[in-house]
Design a protein around this ligand. Structure first.
Ligand code: SF4
Length: 310
């Protein structure tokens, strides 16, 4: 188990209590609520509906818990400092230990899940590199993506966009940039970045996203009373990336964000829909799908969603 994690008082306990499995020197895996439902045939997450991902075949992981932002809506304990590792684990090690950790995390479902789903879940086909921490801070992210791809595992990467050079280098199945403010002042309030310059980096990343030949998405998390204004400003920024999709979703009052925001900060699905409609109008995109339970709306450049594909 990780040296640096052992050296942080309570950090390991904090995350383990939340269901994280800390793997290798600096990575983590966590099963989500939807995997637990999907493995029993009781539903699937909005990524299943929008992009055809089988939730019980999906590993949710991060190659690093480090982050250069402290977003108020983050579910992780941003208040706890995480030192950089002395040595980075290799992509091969991270992939192997992530699959191992996933199998261990789902081992308890052997008796309750239908056998077919259980077998599928033990052979993950998808990885969401988006758990917690900023994945582009892991220097071998391109090689890690390649490793998963070589093993027939599709990859979704969610980045906060502060590392535009890494955006150029990576080619996952689907690449997301989170955009949580329409202007620098709001960005500083919402994301508490290590440096104000990171706002310019995010704008550069949006430009870089435009050049990618892979499926691209800009994701906005709406926090009522905090960043839920200026749809035109959001649209202007998104337009520089011209992503295939825009996911607009409500902040969810979960994890450690509960100490920073109130339940009232969660917009209703209807409020998300109204805001999404406004952005779509300014951008010239269409609303192609929505999932009420997750309070998320999908906009697309083209009229169709990609449901059924991954
Ligand atoms: S960028 Fe992501 S991991 Fe980092 S603080 Fe924000 S929400 Fe958390």
């Amino acid at each position: 188990m990780s040296n640096q994690i052992h050296n942080i008082p309570d950090f390991r306990t904090l995350l383990t209590k939340q269901g994280y499995s800390l793997v290798g020197n600096h990575s983590a895996v966590k099963t989500c609520l939807w995997l637990k439902r999907s493995i029993k045939g009781e539903g699937a997450c909005y990524k299943s509906r929008f992009y055809g991902i089988k939730s019980h075949c999906c590993i949710q992981m991060t190659p690093t818990l480090l982050c250069n932002q402290k977003c108020i809506h983050c579910w992780r304990p941003t208040e706890v400092k995480i030192p950089a590792p002395d040595k980075w684990d290799s992509p091969v090690e991270i992939m192997g230990s992530s699959i191992y950790a996933q199998r261990k995390l789902i081992s308890g479902f052997g008796g309750s899940a239908p056998r077919e789903f259980w077998m599928e879940a033990n052979n993950p086909r998808h990885v969401a590199i988006s758990l917690s921490g900023e994945p582009t801070l892991y220097p071998y992210l391109p090689e890690l993506i390649d490793e998963f791809t070589k093993n027939d595992i599709t990859t979704f990467v969610v980045t906060n966009g502060t590392n535009p050079e890494m955006i150029k280098k990576i080619n996952p199945t689907q690449l997301y940039i989170s955009l949580d403010a329409s202007d620098k002042e709001t960005y500083m309030t919402v994301c508490n970045p290590r440096s104000p310059e990171l706002w310019e980096k995010i704008k550069e990343s949006l430009f870089n996203l435009y050049d990618k030949d892979i499926r691209t998405v800009v994701r906005i998390t709406l926090i009522k009373g905090v960043n839920m204004f200026d749809p035109e400003g959001f649209a202007g920024l998104i337009d520089t990336a011209k992503p295939d999709f825009v996911e607009i979703k409500a902040y969810m009052h979960l994890g450690f964000s509960r100490g920073r925001l109130s339940r009232e900060s969660m917009p209703s699905h209807e409020e998300v829909m109204v805001f999404a409609d406004d952005i779509a109008d300014y951008l010239g995109y269409r609303v192609v799908d929505e999932v009420e339970i997750s309070r998320v709306v999908l906009l697309s450049k083209s009229p169709e969603s990609l449901s059924g594909q991954s």
